[in-house]
Design a protein. Structure first.
Lengths: 240, 266
């Protein structure tokens, strides 16, 4: 009995639910989609960097049509320019623009498109970001600016759209799962002199640990949760 | 004795230091410029329009402070470069940058998130985020040479808890947190501290808003453990002075609410 719970924690949390996973990273999107399917959801994957509001709305509308509606939108987007570690003093203006502004606009368009799909019946949006944005990272000023901007945008959206029955939350994951190249960046270490963190001895994995949390956020069990940030670092910085 | 009269406790704390304050033509920016000058710093009061900065300059000179006024649109990199060069040419160094510029009325204009356009975003982000980027790049060399460089961004509690009324502004201010934490980690080895202050102060636009909505004012003031909204110069400006002084030279990467205890969730 216990084993079955461990193998499939919270099974069928999303039975009958329809989810769109919009991710810039193919590996991350596929992993999260598989995880949500394990929880009973029907899932369509789509790109996350739409480039315009019209494209975002069309992209999510197409996906929703394929599903016959949508209950959960998972969005993870950062422009490729944001994923390169470089000192701010030598960051080219066009890279700053792409990383900070283009990334933020894609996030905005994604939220607006989700709103268009969910405003009538309510639903859930989960934005996925790098958990390192909670503490910052040298060489990644633009990405950290973007990520914290996205995390705050979710809070404001949650405040505005709660009346539509929409819940919006942020989930922070390990940098190397967010974008493979980020694992080599100079991430600050927790000032913990005991057993090396994370406390769980491993970093939460997208298809299992992360998808389980997102599935819960998409389920009725999380009906009282909105505007929140979930730091899935396995017990590293333990924020807040 | 009133907090606004008599010898200020910060006198001399910043003697000989040189500071640039952006958005210094009004409100909190003006208060910070005045407080830095009162603490002995030479201050470049900069803004998109020169007239209001001249008024800030005049107020500083009336008290015997040292300042210049410069027209600077922080969304333009070349303008920021020119300002830094002018300041270093004038006083031979640059120790402090306070990036306070924002897009004025646009940043406090309520808007539904579903109605936000790319132009709405870009107008504000070019000042707030690009302003940070341009000021940091332009000032990096002189701040490094200073040996005790200070880079301070004016954030907002809206960047901590989000804001239904101001989703763009709050996202920008939230982004500032990531900017400050990361740049502090990047610039620590260069002897430059990077911090943000999240102020709550009664500025002129806030005064107008509350005059029109007195019930909201009473409700809002009631949320402050200290029982009042801050005053730009004495409450916010002097906190910036402290952060710029040697007294707080070991503080970096922080987002510090200076708000009478309004926000205690950090």
């Amino acid at each position: 009995m216990v084993e079955s719970v461990i193998e499939s924690p919270g099974a069928a949390l999303l039975a009958g639910r329809r989810a769109i996973v919009a991710s810039a990273g193919a590996a991350l999107g596929a992993a999260l989609a598989d995880g949500l399917r394990r929880h009973g959801a029907r899932v369509v994957e789509t790109k996350a960097a739409f480039g315009s509001r019209a494209a975002a709305e069309a992209g999510l509308a197409d996906a929703a049509q394929e599903l016959g509606g949508v209950d959960l939108v998972v969005h993870a987007c950062a422009d490729a320019a944001a994923l390169v570690s470089r000192p701010l003093a030598s960051l080219a203006a066009e890279d700053w623009q792409a990383a900070a502004h283009r990334g933020m606009l894609d996030s905005l368009y994604g939220l607006q498109a989700a709103h268009a799909q969910l405003r009538e019946r309510g639903g859930v949006v989960v934005t996925v970001g790098p958990s390192g944005s909670l503490v910052g990272a040298p060489g990644l000023v633009a990405l950290m600016t973007l990520a914290e901007g996205q995390r705050t945008l979710i809070k404001s959206a949650a405040r505005q759209w709660g009346r539509h029955g929409m819940r919006l939350n942020w989930v922070g994951i390990a940098a190397r799962h967010y974008a493979p190249g980020l694992g080599d960046a100079a991430w600050p270490q927790t000032p913990e002199l005991g057993p090396p963190p994370p406390a769980l001895g491993r970093v939460p994995e997208p298809p299992t640990d992360v998808a389980d949390v997102i599935a819960w956020l998409g389920s009725d069990g999380a009906r009282g949760v909105t505007g929140a940030s979930f730091n899935l670092d396995g017990g590293d910085w333990m924020l807040p | 004795m009133s907090a606004t009269t008599g010898m200020s406790s910060e006198a001399g704390l910043l003697s000989g230091r040189v500071a640039i304050v952006t958005g210094a033509g009004a409100g909190i920016g003006r208060g910070i410029a005045q407080a830095l000058a009162a603490a002995g710093a030479h201050v470049a009061a900069t803004g998109r329009r020169l007239g209001p900065c001249d008024e800030t300059l005049a107020s500083i000179e009336r008290e015997g402070g040292s300042a210049i006024a410069l027209e600077v649109d922080v969304s333009e990199r070349a303008a920021v470069d020119r300002a830094v060069e002018a300041v270093v040419r004038r006083w031979g160094r640059l120790d402090i940058v306070v990036q306070n510029a924002n897009a004025g009325e646009q940043s406090s204009h309520p808007i539904a998130l579903e109605d936000v356009t790319a132009d709405d975003w870009t107008r504000q982000a070019r000042v707030a985020w690009d302003g940070n980027f341009h000021c940091a790049q332009a000032a990096f060399g002189p701040l490094q040479a200073s040996g005790r460089g200070r880079f301070i961004v004016l954030g907002s509690a809206f960047g901590l808890h989000g804001a239904a009324m101001n989703p763009i502004y709050s996202a920008l201010k939230g982004g500032d947190r990531g900017f400050v934490k990361s740049l502090a980690r990047e610039w620590g080895r260069h002897g430059i501290t990077v911090n943000a202050i999240e102020p709550a102060a009664m500025t002129e636009p806030a005064q107008v808003f509350f005059d029109q909505n007195p019930a909201l004012r009473d409700l809002f003031i009631g949320m402050f453990p200290l029982g009042r909204m801050g005053e730009p110069r004495n409450d916010i400006g002097r906190a910036v002075v402290a952060l710029c002084s040697d007294l707080m030279g070991y503080v970096t990467g922080q987002n510090l609410p200076v708000d009478g205890g309004l926000y205690t969730a950090l």
